[in-house]
Design a protein. Sequence first.
Length: 312
Amino acid sequence: MFMVVNTYNEVSAIAYKERTKPKLLRIYEVLSNRMILSSDDHFYHIHLDKGFDGEYGLDGLTEPLSSHCLVLNDLQLEFRQSSFQVDTLLICTDKILLYEVKNYEGVHTWADDKLIKSTGVYLENPWVQLQRTKVKLELLLRSLSCQMKVEAYVVYINPEFTLLEAKGDENYLLLSQLPLHFRSMQMREAPTLEQRRLADRLLQLHDPDYPPHKKPVYCYEDLRKGLGCPACGTVAEAFQGHFIKCQTCGERMNVKKTIKQNIEDFRLLFPDEKVTTNRMLDWCGSGDKDRIYRILRESYQPKGNAHGRYYV
């Protein structure tokens, strides 16, 4: 993980659409604490986490621009049954800026359709991927009667990334180039009502529940039961009292808040399963059944009666 320093010295701003952690990454985070991931799943989890860190790193530089443009992060859109993801989109007064963020590190050599790592491994050139996204976005914008010009950039956000033999006419940006890139935009006007309407329309089209394309295989019986520590993920098999101490990192956990979070973890992993008192008592580990019942009654809507009651 790395940090991007805000060089603008401005008051922190808020994006028009803030970035949220992808559902698939959250699934992997919960599973990694409750089961041993396969080698492929383990490395894919690392890949997802690293990608999110890179996108979040760009946010520190784009959010200060919010007074002069509309910043939309992490859009999942579709045009003519073809889905595409937008890492970062800036709607300015005279154009739209599209950014594809890559958190690569190490030495890479440019080729027209690929990047070649120093180890000889080939990666698809992100510029090729970005061009596909740009075309789909332009078609979607035209269908919304938007004729604004779209400029697209690949952002290599990691400070330890080196790119060799790259063409000078391609729109790619290294971390060191980003402050000057954003300063050179010379944005002075606030977004118009028409641009806000466009942003709102894109938010309406955004699909936050787009199904993960590489969901890991798991079942309830194989998962470790107990309360997952919010700091390190260690699962405590039993709980009592208002606070418990994590045996791994020493975090002092509020039992009520931790139970609520673990119920949400269950709903994330098993969206089609019923949330009942007995199931949540088993999921959260050995503890107080009445406490589980009170938390469910306070935080969720009951359905059904008596032994058939569940919560949504």
